[in-house]
Ligand binder design. Structure first.
Ligand code: G3P
Length: 231
């Protein structure tokens, strides 16, 4: 049974694009353990190659509320699914959309059989988005994204308050937190404060050693995992 989640956002970092996306996904797969679902969140163009290389559940980074037809340039939910996506995120702080867009996109993703994680920049926004009953909501203060101070350290109250706020609207939505997460202490604190997992990007993707970074973060889930054996 999955009890917690490590979402890893590949963004458009060079260290996580193309062949390097596949390499990073293989590292994540190596550290995958019972009880902790590791979910790579990859660019749409890398979905097919990543999903054929590892057996992790993979998410896309965005989907548009369109159906088959004349929608040049759009990210079609069915295309994500057939490229191997298990789900997608929507409304990341770097790709924000209005609620009306999100409501339609959640519906289209559901039609296509995709899980959805909505990102929210504040507790107020998280409450608004919870009305759409997504599978996950990730609350990430934008000012801490990509920085060295984690949300667990800088705004611990935001984590516990967001869990309460989201569950006051929809108890089934799984709450994730992110921004600046770098070590096992950050993960442990986020879990202690009531979330089911973390959303990490630079702490893994930009790390000097991606393997060491994943190993360190996994310790926060109480799943120590020596590097021995990884090539
Ligand atoms: O999507 C997760 C992301 O926004 C957090 O980024 O670099 O602060 O881990 P980072």
């Amino acid at each position: 049974m999955v009890s917690s989640y490590l979402f890893v956002n590949f963004k458009t970092y060079s260290e996580a694009t193309g062949k390097k996306a596949v390499r990073l996904a293989k590292i994540l797969a190596f550290f995958s353990r019972k009880g902790v679902e590791i979910i790579p969140v990859v660019q749409a163009v890398d979905l097919a190659s990543v999903s054929s290389a590892v057996s992790l559940k993979i998410f896309g980074q965005h989907a548009d509320p369109v159906s088959f037809g004349s929608n040049t340039g759009a990210v079609l939910p069915e295309a994500l699914k057939s490229a191997g996506a298990y789900g997608t995120i929507l409304n990341h702080a770097e790709n924000k959309r209005p609620n009306e867009f999100i409501e339609k996109a959640v519906r289209r993703c559901r039609d296509a059989g995709l899980k959805v994680m909505l990102c929210a920049e504040s507790i107020q926004r998280a409450k608004e988005l919870a009305r759409f009953a997504p599978d996950f909501i990730a609350v990430e203060p934008p000012e801490l994204i990509g920085g060295d101070i984690s949300v667990s350290t800088a705004r611990p109250e935001l984590i516990s308050d967001s869990v309460e706020a989201i569950h006051s609207v929809d108890k089934k939505t799984i709450v994730i937190t992110g921004a600046g997460i770098k070590n096992s202490g950050d993960v442990r604190k986020a879990l202690e404060l009531g979330t089911k997992g973390v959303f990490v990007a630079s702490g893994i993707v930009k790390a000097e050693s991606q393997k060491n970074a994943v190993n360190e973060l996994m310790k926060g889930f109480h799943q120590p995992n020596p590097l021995r054996g990884f090539r």
